[in-house]
Design a protein around this ligand. Sequence first.
Ligand code: PHB
Length: 397
Amino acid sequence: MTKGFLNRLLPAGALALAGALTLGASAMADTIKVGIIGPFSGPFALQGKNFQAGAEAWLAQNGKTVAGHDIELVYRDLPTANPQQARALAQELIVRDKVQYLGGVYFTPDAMAITPLLKQGNVPLVIFNAATSAIMTSSPLVVRTSFTLSQTTTPLGKAAVERGVKKFVSIVSDYGPGVDAETAFKKAIEAAGGEVKEAIRIPLNTTEFSPIMQRIRDAGAEGVFAFLPSGPPTLGFVKAFSDTGLKKAGVKLFAPGDLTQESDLPALGEAAAGLITSFHYAVSHESEINKRFVAAGEKAIGAPDLLSFPAVGAYDGLFVISKMIAATAGKQDAEKAVEAVKGLGWESPRGPVKIDPETRHITQTIYLREVAKDAQGRWINKEIASVPEQKDSGLTK
Ligand code: PHB
């Protein structure tokens, strides 16, 4: 059957996937391609570079060969949340580049656009970042090595009330992870005896934060809970919180660790000092395995100050993909590959982790941290408490 003939019968997307299936069955690949989609240029480029650094750190430590097959990483740039482009890139990776695995994906809407392609393409997706709980229910071929906002936010309620802060204004980016964060914080703060007086949702592309700071001031809040996607928005938010005098006035900001990623701390300096966050990973986490990871990650990214949490999602993501390759002896069998990592546990640079066999999301310790200086005078997220074995709680209503 010629391509032209199929072209007339099928819409472009279906044609592309049909082509992939025919070719996929006959191709015996010695090299297994892993397509990694992330923001490698534009305002979120550092987040994508952290995907790359984490993946390359894993290969540098473990070698490029798994079960006799060489792994080849194929990167595709998706600068900002753009579901249409995400879908096109994933399709191109599956069909033209014949990747056996997909990894990466920074933003939730992009993950949601890719998951419908997985079954027909016979390709698992290992998510290195996108953190909305519901992504996992959109395809049985998704595994996630990052975190969810529900998972990271939940311990903040108790932490806030213990510090004497009960009345909150909540501010989130108006999309999946923001809504999850808002919901989880409300539940957690109410369980701890506090309350959310006002819940504000702002557009994902907000860059000017002084009007929001004025609203917080007008609301007379004791505390602010905030989630925005890590990158320029979080840097802008934390800076504005300090620059407009709210921090000095004693309003307490509590947030998931997206707001204080290590690569932003040198620019924030005192503006972030003392901020309490909760998260799954701190670059300063004290363990031998993390020391080795940080050394390899910093080498891959090229400068010590640039390493941040997307790198650990990618590093563990490569580990998961290596287990999938081994379990399928290099053959393309997405279902078998995913099945093989259900219940898989290991020691990550972040601490002990496990792929939950039901949700395929990562179970992990969530740490309470405070922005402080270490002995060398570098700003870090200093771990001050830990809550072990946290599953995702975002799908339980
Ligand atoms: C997401 O879109 O799922 C996302 C992006 C950046 C974050 C967290 C979640 O820091």
